[in-house]
Design a protein around this ligand. Structure first.
Ligand SMILES: Cc1cc2nc3c(=O)[nH]c(=O)nc-3n(C[C@H](O)[C@H](O)[C@H](O)COP(=O)(O)OP(=O)(O)OC[C@H]3O[C@@H](n4cnc5c(N)ncnc54)[C@H](O)[C@@H]3O)c2cc1C
Ligand code: FES
Ligand code: FES
Length: 465
């Protein structure tokens, strides 16, 4: 079956294009739309930004076309920089503002900036400087300087723009071309059946990790199974006790419920990659890739989250802390998929904080991430769950630190004593992100930060240990 989508308003029916060709390659090589640029080919620079309304989302979103594959465009309304100019050659508001505010020099990054801001203009958000910075965190410019680009963003976003609608195309369930089978099931039953038939096939969700295999490494797989059209996997739900996030729901979709229930976790989600990454990337993928430095698993473990896994034999649940077995190894069976994660809500007296340490604030992978979930009653720590990422082969709880704090008075002294236990819990490795000694030191210091944060004080003396 052909992959159907609209590209700058025109219908494309692609029957013979490899479904795992990157959207960037398709645009430049097949469609001749070379306004979309290739910089890094790994989601970091934003030069390849396009905007699209995907089936079922109803929103125009900026995405990195270098990490997206053509199969993911099926049913979408796709807009590239070539599609912005009005008939008669009149520039779109962002393009015009970039010209009048001197927002470009060599111009290589400019189409990416324009598309990121075009999506922002149509997002319906009340645009502030913070929102502009957030929308542009995934776009790098090495010669203009950001001030004039931000000036252009302020000018363009002051002009209101309406929502962009989806088209009425339906995505297909399977595509075959170039000796590749690409399944895009729409129900969980269909997904489980495909998984059982092809346990070796990559499961593709947003593709912000997996996309590198297609983009950078140019790998081909006989079968790929795409999960983001499965309705049950996109569900986001809550009850009195917990929130549940489907494995294929994007960060952008999950963010409102997360930041309402766990504001500190919400701040962290805002720092995952960039808008382009969060518009397609998922918590399911962050768990599924089993990276020791994934940002969400330490938070989810500290919060006591439970995964629902689904396979040919049915559905089962597992506490996330028991899911990670070793470096990049999990309890997921070959016929299973992650269906959802259920995160308990905070009850009275419970506090949750998470801190991400990375070399840059935005768009950077963690060196260390600490997540702290405390229950305080009458000034005493009655329960505590602490988890770290970047400190071991898997995201992991800090059992000795937890033990040292449980039952103690909530005080600077108790927190410092708990921090001193960190080397009993972890023997981190050193790598290009951080040395082992740095990781241990910074993890220890996060306890001090936790105390200051909760007490609202910047003046607590660091205890000599
Ligand atoms: C520029 C850039 C910045 C990034 N920044 C961050 C960051 O700040 N913090 C961070 O933690 N990560 C970051 N990442 C990594 C990535 O964005 C996240 O890990 C994201 O959550 C992956 O989700 P996805 O849906 O794109 O997963 P995919 O790439 O589609 O899949 C990732 C893995 O999970 C598996 N998987 C997906 N869905 C399921 C399922 N339902 N069941 C079982 N397995 C499944 C896949 O098979 C694959 O092995 C970044 C990536 C890029 C390119
Ligand atoms: S080419 Fe750099 S983000 Fe895509
Ligand atoms: S204008 Fe040259 S890289 Fe941005």
């Amino acid at each position: 079956m052909a992959i159907n989508f609209t590209l700058n308003g025109e219908l494309r029916e692609e029957a013979s294009v490899s479904p795992t060709m990157t959207a960037l390659e398709f645009l430049r090589e097949n469609a001749g739309l070379t306004g979309t640029k290739e910089g890094c080919a790994e989601g970091d620079c934003g030069a390849c930004t396009i905007a699209l309304v995907r089936n079922g989302t109803g929103r125009l979103e900026a995405v990195n076309s270098c990490l997206l594959v053509v199969g993911q465009l099926d049913g979408a309304n796709v807009v590239t920089v070539e599609g912005l100019t009005e008939k008669g050659g009149e520039l779109e508001a962002v393009q015009q503002a970039i010209v009048t505010q001197d927002g470009t020099q060599c111009g290589f990054c400019t189409p990416g900036f324009v598309m990121a801001l075009h999506a922002l203009r149509h997002s319906g958000e009340a645009v502030s400087d913070d929102i502009i910075h957030d929308a542009l965190a995934g776009n790098l410019c090495r010669c203009t300087g950001y001030r004039s680009i931000v000036d252009a963003a302020r000018t363009a976003c002051a002009v209101p723009a309406g929502a962009v609608s989806s088209n009425d195309l339906q995505a297909g369930n399977a595509h075959e071309a170039d000796s590749e089978l690409y399944y895009a099931p729409k129900t969980i039953a269909e997904l489980i059946a495909r998984r059982a038939e092809h346990p070796e096939a990559p499961l593709l969700s947003g593709g912000t990790d997996l996309g590198l295999l297609f983009s950078k490494e140019r790998q081909k797989f006989p079968v790929t199974i795409y999960t983001q059209n499965v309705e049950e996997l996109r569900l986001i739900d809550e009850d009195a006790a917990a929130i549940t996030i489907g494995a294929a729901a994007t960060y952008t979709e999950a963010l409102p419920l997360i930041e309402t229930n766990y504001p500190s976790f919400g701040v962290l989600i805002h720092r995952i990659g960039s808008r382009q990454i969060r518009n397609v990337g998922t918590i399911g993928g962050n768990i599924g890739n089993a990276s020791p430095i994934g940002d969400t698993p330490p938070c989810l473990i500290a919060l006591g989250s439970v995964l629902a896994l689904h396979g040919a034999g049915g559905r089962r649940e597992i506490a996330l802390e028991n899911f990670f077995l070793d470096y990049r190894s999990t309890d997921l069976q070959p016929d299973e998929i992650i269906e959802s994660v259920r995160i308990p809500k905070l009850s009275k007296g419970q506090i949750f904080r998470t801190y991400k340490i990375s070399k840059r604030y935005d768009q950077d992978i963690s060196s260390v991430i600490g997540a702290f979930h405390l229950t305080l009653a009458g000034g005493v720590v009655t329960e505590v769950r602490i988890a770290f990422g970047g400190m071991a082969a898997t995201p992991k709880r800090a059992a000795a630190c937890e033990l040292a704090l449980t039952g103690k008075t909530w005080s600077e002294e108790s927190v410092a004593l708990a921090a001193a236990e960190i080397s009993k819990d972890f023997s981190p490795i050193g790598d290009h992100r951080a040395s082992a000694a740095y990781r241990l030191r910074v993890a220890e210091n996060l306890f001090v930060r936790l105390f200051r944060d909760i007490e609202g004080s910047d003046h607590v003396e660091v205890m000599a240990l």
